[in-house]
Each structure stands twice: as structure tokens, then as C-alpha cells.
Write a protein that binds this ligand. Structure first.
Ligand code: 1SY
Lengths: 186, 186
């Protein structure tokens, strides 16, 4: 079952490597980006992981919502992996405006394995189509939640945000969702 | 079935993105590394992908065989992916000595998804153990072979090398295997 394996892969090959270092990366970032430092919400020093139910992933968040702007990248993490010397792991910081125009900075990205689910649903030889894809996204989400709940090294360093497609017509739907989750923490 | 999804993930999220650019990266590398340029075998301008049957992956090839040395990395490729701005994709060039001490340069790495298969086989909650892992590696290899056979954009830009564990006691087993595959091409 594809989604189960992709959730494990996302944990073993990415979240388990990067989440323990995230706090230090953000601290280093705020030291070199003093304008940003006050804009980090209490409890927003986590990786926000967007999981759209329709696996419809954008490569640039600002294309989804003009209240979101790319700000800068966190410092690179270099890790030797499977023969690749100094493989680079990085995250992007986005500036999100609320309805009063106040800016909030945070680290957010889509769950990359959903791109694989999407591509597979378009390739007939891969073995599943669009109807199964939604189900696979939910399995991915639940499996990932369970793995992360049991991971001591990742505790409190992430937030999984399942995006339903009910707000797809709201041009500021994504920023509102992100802000709601930022304010929920602690 | 986990290996099936990991093979698709490896293709959709990596090989399909990097293999079409590989030739140009190697040309650029040889222009800036003139000592290396004559050491590339005819037809070795491919990514050699190592698939050990026991999923036992090393992060540094030189630790497996002292006839192999890390030489340098190819130039970075930066691609915007799923909200990460300028995500870096790179490959490492290794210098491999044959039994006459002659050097051959090539781009080689392990198939990273095997690290996930290995980790999952160690975590009881993941649902499979060491006996199934070998079978999963074979499914990964065959699925990947089939996907790549049907991929026009990746044609002739890679070589899958399945490593059996029969030569594990030969300290130069890996370099000999790599050289045998390099000489096979064209
Ligand atoms: N957002 C994000 N940033 C990253 O740097 C990153 N690195 C991995 N992942 C995701 O974690 C999981 C585990 O990664 P793994 O390396 O085992 O498999 C990877 C790996 O085998 C290969 N691959 C991808 N990027 C690279 C890379 N830069 N170098 C080598 N191999 C790579 O192709 C597989 C699928 O990649 P993605 O489909 O991008 O998603 C991966 C995957 O779901 C990332 N996700």
C-alpha cells in the first residue's frame, strides 16, 4: 500500500533528519535576519507541513494566496547520505499577512511525497487512479501522524495541516488556515 | 506494497528531474576539473545507481573499498519543489582505481529509498521484517527497471547495479563491480 510506505519514507528519510535541527536553524536565521525575529509567533518554531486532500501541490506558496510571500531560506543543512556528499536539506520561510495586514513569519512546505501520489495517479502503469488517490492521501496523513506521535526526537517540532478542498475558492484560504494553526500552538 | 511506491517515488521525485540534466552537469564539471576530463570512460556519463540486495547502504563509498575515493561534487541543480525554494539536487563524483592502479571517474550513488526499507525492517510498527526486506529490494529493482525502460527522458542516462552479497568479503568487490559496469557501456 503506497501511502503507508511514503509516510515511512517521509519520516525515515527526511523528518527524522531535519526536525531535531530545526530549532537551531531558526535561531541562527533570526540572528541574521533581525527584521524577521519579532514576527515569529510563540510556538511557531515548528515545520508546518501542508497535506492537501486532493494532492494538488504548488511549488511556490505565493502562487496560491497573495497574502503569502517567500521571505528567505533557513541556513542549509548538509548531510552525507547514501554516497551523496553533503546532500542539502533546507526549508523556506514565508511571510504571511493576516486580515489586519500584520506579518507573521513561519517555516512551511507541502508534504513532498504527495507529488509522487499525484504523478502515480496520472500514470496508468502505476496501478491507481484519481479515485484512490484521495484515500491514499488520508492513509498517508494518518500513518504519518501515528509515526510522529511515537517519535521522541520529533516531538513538538512539526504541525501536520490537512487541507480540505472546501476553501479552494477563497483566495486567502491558505493564509487563513496557516495563521489559525500558528495561533493554536501553545 | 512498499517497494512499488518507493520505486515510483524515486523516479517521480528524483530521477525524472535530474537525469535529463546529468550530461550537461558532467560537461560543466569536466570544464572546471581538467584533470578529471580524460578519466571518464566512453559511455560513463550516466548515473550509476547501486542497489545492494541486503539494503545495507553506506553514506561514503570509500568506506566500502579503498580503491574508491570521493573526488568532488557535480555542480548543484536548484529546483523549486513543493514550497521549498531552490531545493538542491547534486551528485558525487568518485575516482575508482582498477587493478593496474589506473583511475576512472564516474557519478555513482546508492538508491536512497533502500535506507527507508532498511529502517522499516528495524521498526516493528512498520509492518515488515528482515526476511521480507530482501524480497522488497528485488521488487524495488524490478519496478524501477520497468519504469525507467518506459521513460524516454531518462533513456541511456543511468545504470542500475544490483549488488548481491556474494562478494561482501572481497575488499575490492565494489570497485571491480563498478568498473565492470563502466566498461560494459557502449
Ligand atoms: N521537502 C523535502 N526536502 C528534502 O530535502 C527532502 N529529501 C527527501 N525528502 C522526502 O523524504 C522522503 C524520503 O527521502 P529519500 O531521500 O529516502 O527518497 C528520495 C531520494 O531517494 C530521491 N531524492 C530526492 N531528492 C534527492 C536528492 N537531493 N539527492 C538524492 N536523492 C534524492 O528521491 C526520493 C523521493 O524524494 P521526494 O519525492 O523529494 O521526497 C522525499 C521522500 O518522500 C524531502 N522532502
Amino acid at each position: 500500500n503506497v501511502a503507508h510506505g511514503l509516510a515511512w519514507s517521509f519520516y525515515c528519510g527526511y523528518l527524522r533528519l531535519v526536525l531535531p535541527r530545526l530549532e537551531d536553524s531558526i535561531i541562527e536565521f533570526c540572528a541574521t535576519h533581525q527584521a524577521s525575529a519579532p514576527l515569529w509567533a510563540r510556538g511557531s518554531r515548528r515545520l508546518l507541513i501542508l497535506i492537501p486532500i486532493n494532492a494538488n501541490i504548488s511549488h511556490k506558496l505565493e502562487e496560491e494566496d497573495d497574502n503569502i510571500r517567500f521571505y528567505d531560506n533557513l541556513p542549509n543543512n548538509e548531510i552525507n547520505r547514501a554516497g551523496v556528499r553533503g546532500r542539502v536539506y533546507k526549508h523556506s520561510v514565508y511571510r504571511v499577512l493576516d486580515e489586519h495586514g500584520k506579518a507573521h513569519d513561519c517555516v512551511v512546505e507541502y508534504a513532498t511525497p504527495l507529488l509522487t501520489l499525484y504523478s502515480m495517479s496520472q500514470e496508468s502503469s502505476a496501478g491507481f487512479g484519481e479515485p484512490e488517490r484521495r484515500q491514499q492521501v488520508l492513509i498517508f496523513y494518518r500513518t504519518l501522524q501515528e509515526i510522529l506521535d511515537n517519535s521522541l526526537e520529533c516531538r513538538n517540532r512539526y504541525k501536520l495541516i490537512l487541507l480540505s478542498d472546501e476553501h479552494e475558492d477563497d483566495p486567502h484560504g491558505l493564509s487563513k488556515t496557516i495563521l489559525r494553526h500558528l495561533q493554536q500552538q501553545e
